[in-house]
Design a binder for this molecule. Structure first.
Ligand SMILES: [Zn+2]
Length: 113
């Protein structure tokens, strides 16, 4: 491979180096007065004190998910791991009924001949 065909060194474009726009309330929030996380720390006997979310805990101590709340969400969660429905109660019962009917038909045929 010749030197001409090699890729030029990566240079950042003007667009990439642009700073991210600061939020409208930048500098207006009193950082000390914002709600703080009240989770207990493991090593030292004090609180976490990281900025809290709406639930009163920080992003790390937010707690585990409490699961789906809406009926739609619950229904979706129930369907989550269903692949083909072969082992659903309805399908099992349907096969049971079919077998029963087949056996009955076979027995009826036996009686005829
Ligand atoms: Zn925390």
């Amino acid at each position: 491979m010749s030197k001409e065909t090699a890729n030029p060194p990566y240079e950042r474009s003007q667009k990439e180096t642009k700073r991210v726009k600061k939020p409208a309330n930048f500098g207006k929030i009193h950082l000390v007065k914002t709600p703080r996380c009240g989770a207990k720390r493991r090593r030292r006997e004090e609180l976490c004190k990281a900025p809290a979310m709406a639930n009163g805990r920080c992003r790390i101590h937010g707690g585990t998910s409490t699961g789906a709340r809406t009926e739609e969400g619950k229904a979706r969660a129930r369907q989550g791991n269903l692949k083909h429905g072969y082992y659903t109660q309805e399908a099992i019962e349907q096969r049971r009924q079919d077998r029963k009917l087949l056996k009955q038909l076979r027995d009826d045929l036996k009686g005829l001949f």
